[in-house]
Design a protein around this ligand. Structure first.
Ligand SMILES: *Cc1c(COP(=O)(O)O)cnc(C)c1O
Length: 376
């Protein structure tokens, strides 16, 4: 068993991918170009965004960096985000000389607490970056108008949530399209993943989208003429072609992840493990796409991991150290205890295998082993 077995979903698209690769090598056109613009248009359709609002780039990290650049984040500005996320969310803020300001999380959803965001806003706050962690959306409708009225940009880190939706008053909202700018990653392990690095940044505002499009090619609108200083962050044709093929299967694959999650929930209940294991909570209105199926383990998490490893069951800890305690952020002056919920979660969280093609029988084995660990 693997923590993630990409071969199981790849089998169904292999011939389509082979044909796309032949097409690209026949043309020898590898960076940006029609493969990328086709994929961008298909993403706009999928995400119900206006034309030209999607800008492919080199990674999810670059998507965040480009978003912050387009939001005019500079030295001395404060950007509020969660300490319980992948490093890039905060790393890109610091990279621009701005200050990452953390807000604690909610222990049910593992997502940033909107109340704590409100508490952390100062006159220097220029943006907020909520992360739709593990594939579940933050209820942004509860704060977006408030942020807008204060001139604070809302940048969504949707790296783990392409395809995740939330119903708000009967209307569907899509991860990455609610705020001012949305950022996606196509790293191979994400729900929509390529065969290398890739990312996308989107904005409904045509001016912002136009600026993002320039920023990814060194700030140039017309080749060799530079309006501002951008970066080199282009999506390549091979990634775009593969992602375009996978996009057609994404809803079906995400639905499979949800089925796997339902079955885990059933298994944990039937084994009577509720005193030991807390299964992920889906906030009302959300359609969680389970980029990770991460349980909370109250007791002996690391021993459990080792026990499972010995039985051939791989698990992972996302994330073992809250970002406010990372050595590189010592200069921010945070201490242990500043974000008690995030810190608690780093001790309890445990991600189990979840991917299209994972069999019920494998889930039986996993939950049986967890039950054996606690009950025998
Ligand atoms: C993966 C990820 C990123 C970064 O994406 P890359 O494509 O790896 O650069 C950013 N934020 C979150 C929450 C992620 O999971």
């Amino acid at each position: 068993m693997q923590i993630l077995d990409l071969n199981r979903s790849f089998a169904s698209i292999r011939s389509e991918v082979d044909a796309a690769m032949k097409r690209i090598f026949d043309t020898q056109s590898f960076v940006l170009g029609s493969e990328v613009s086709n994929f961008e248009r298909h993403c706009e359709n999928y995400l119900e965004l206006p034309e030209n609002s999607a800008v492919g780039c080199a990674s999810g990290t670059d998507a965040l960096l480009l978003a912050l650049m387009a939001a005019d984040i500079h030295e001395g500005d404060e950007v509020i985000t969660t300490p319980f996320t992948f490093f890039a969310t905060a790393g890109t803020i610091a990279r621009l000389g701005a200050r990452p300001v953390f807000a604690d999380i909610d222990l049910d959803t593992y997502n940033i607490s909107l109340d704590d965001v409100r508490a952390k806003i100062t006159s220097r706050t220029k943006a907020v970056i909520p992360v739709h962690l593990f594939g579940q959306m933050v209820a942004l409708e509860k704060i977006s108008a408030e942020l807008k009225s204060q001139g604070i940009r809302l940048i969504e880190d949707s790296a783990q949530a392409f395809g995740s939706v939330r119903y708000v008053g009967g209307e569907i909202t899509r991860a990455g399209t609610v705020g001012d700018i949305g950022c996606y990653s196509f790293f191979p392990t994400k729900n929509l993943g390529g065969c290398g690095d890739g990312g996308m940044v989107v904005s409904r505002d045509p001016e912002v989208a136009g600026r993002l499009r320039k920023l990814r090619v060194h700030g140039s609108g017309k080749t060799y003429f530079h309006d501002e200083i951008g970066i080199n962050s282009r999506l390549d044709a091979i990634q775009a072609a593969i992602l375009d093929i996978k996009l057609k299967h994404l809803d079906e694959w995400n639905a499979q992840r949800r089925k796997i999650s339902d079955y885990y929930k059933l298994l944990f209940a039937t084994h009577g493990l509720q005193d030991y294991v807390k299964v992920p909570v889906e906030e009302s209105g959300n359609v969680h796409i389970y980029h990770q199926y991460a349980i909370r383990v109250k007791d002996r998490r690391d021993d459990l991991m080792q026990y499972l490893e010995q039985r051939g069951i791989p698990t992972r800890v996302y994330y073992p150290l809250s970002l406010h305690l990372q050595p590189c952020f010592a200069y921010l002056g945070y201490r242990a205890g500043d974000f008690p919920k995030s810190e608690q979660l780093t001790r309890e969280i445990l991600a189990l295998p979840v991917y299209p093609g994972l069999e019920n029988s494998e889930q039986d084995t996993i939950v049986k082993a967890i039950s054996d660990f606690y009950k025998s």
